[in-house]
Design a protein around this ligand. Structure first.
Ligand code: SF4
Length: 301
């Protein structure tokens, strides 16, 4: 368990800091495209994807791994590297395919661990066993895209699984001592500030390893663009920053923070038109924490 305590000098338990302490040096995530698809796109659960998800495809994976790793590790030669299976649903394949793809990465001496982003409805007992095996050998976290705990919103965004499926996945991952990161989105259509903070409280009660939060971006190629072309999740950076700080105050200090803003590429970003200003947003969050004399978990004490 992470033992970092937050305070005015160290207000956020960032994953960057956690990894630096864990590995003893700066650790960079290398985002890899595993060539997976998603049950919300291929018709087995839904079609068209979650309404905020851009439709970017995924390339041929196996032959690309060494090249991708080399390219990215050349960029950060003195760093430690984690392979991050980010695109689409990275447990959505047969166990043999998953094994081959995960180990193709892990067998690379440049790689010290692996992060796997997926949906909570894409596990089987065989997949849990594979993850358990990997977790016992190396550094692993599994990232679950939940977005919201509210069923009405889940239906509206076409998530295509109920909250109890998430609960079961978190429970099983916890039994296996696998670090679990939960992904929430702020500003989904119809949600109040209270709804969003309730989602934060709910996921934190399970003592998860990490939390990834960002504002809803409307991007080109998503269903949002067609259904709600004029939708803007937050009218200003200040409004978003204030909500993130409200959330940080109720997130226990031992939960690592993986993200606090979205990073949609500018060419596909529709709204909010300021959301690409990651540095400004992060500075705003730190400034707001300072002005409140607050920090992550302050309201949990
Ligand atoms: S957000 Fe995730 S689960 Fe939803 S459509 Fe995109 S890849 Fe699939």
């Amino acid at each position: 368990m992470n033992t970092i305590q937050c305070n005015a000098e160290n207000p956020i338990n960032s994953i960057g800091l956690y990894l630096k302490n864990y590995f003893g040096k700066k650790t960079v995530k290398l985002s890899l495209d595993g060539g997976f698809t998603c049950p919300n796109r291929d018709g087995s659960k839904g079609v068209g994807g979650c309404i905020f998800c851009s439709a970017d495809g995924s390339g041929d994976f196996a032959s690309n791994i060494p090249g991708q790793i080399k390219l990215l590790s050349d960029k950060w030669p003195d760093s430690n590297h984690l392979a991050y299976f980010q695109n689409h649903t990275n447990t959505y394949a047969s166990v043999s395919e998953l094994r081959q793809k995960y180990y193709a990465v892990l067998n690379n001496p440049e790689i010290s661990g692996i992060a796997i982003a997926t949906r909570p409805d894409c596990f089987s007992e065989e997949i849990y066993e594979l993850l358990d095996e990997i977790n016992k050998k190396t550094f692993l976290w599994v990232e679950l895209g939940l977005q919201t705990i509210h069923q009405e919103t889940a239906e509206l965004i076409n998530r295509c699984y109920p909250l109890k499926v998430y609960d079961e996945a978190v429970k099983r991952l916890k039994e296996l001592n696998i670090r679990t990161v939960v992904h929430l989105i702020f500003g989904l259509p119809g949600e109040s500030k209270q709804d969003m903070l309730d989602s934060v409280r709910y996921v934190c009660k399970d003592k998860i390893f990490g939390l990834k939060i960002h504002m809803l971006n409307v991007v080109k190629g998503s269903q949002m663009e067609k259904l709600y072309p004029d939708y803007v999740s937050f009218c200003s950076i200040e409004e978003y920053v204030s909500l993130v700080v409200d959330a940080l105050e109720i997130i226990p200090a031992d939960i690592t923070i993986h993200r606090m803003s979205a990073d949609a590429p500018r060419p596909i970003l529709i709204s909010p038109d300021w959301s690409y200003k990651k540095r400004t947003i992060l500075n705003g969050i730190h400034k707001e924490l300072k002005s409140r004399n607050s920090w992550q978990g302050k309201k949990c004490l």
